[in-house]
Design a protein around this ligand. Structure first.
Ligand SMILES: [Zn+2]
Length: 99
């Protein structure tokens, strides 16, 4: 039976590769747990997918762009509107508006 790639396993591997010496800015601890991707809402229905890294000692949470980490493909088929920054995705693309 083939192994299925767990997105969180991939996130852990990427996180450990990119940040082998990461320290919590609050308590200095070096052990982090990763949570499932979160969407940070922006204006106009847009959001940034983020990987939360939680300090296992004090609970401080660091957020990393899932796009910059390579966990989520950049979805910018159109020219971003004014004020948009790199790494945003449109979360309204899959929603239907009533009426
Ligand atoms: Zn900490």
């Amino acid at each position: 039976m083939p192994e299925e790639a767990d997105p969180l396993d991939r996130a852990v591997e990427l996180f450990n590769t990119k940040f082998p010496d990461i320290r919590c800015p609050v308590c200095g601890h070096t052990d982090f747990g990763l949570a499932e991707l979160a969407m940070a809402p922006l204006s106009a229905g847009r959001a940034i997918p983020m990987l939360p890294a939680i300090c296992s000692k004090c609970g401080h949470i660091l957020f990393f762009s899932a796009i910059a980490l390579g966990l989520v493909p950049r979805a910018t088929p159109q020219q971003p509107p004014d004020g948009a920054t790199a790494g945003e995705v449109d979360v309204n693309r899959t929603q239907t508006s009533p009426g």
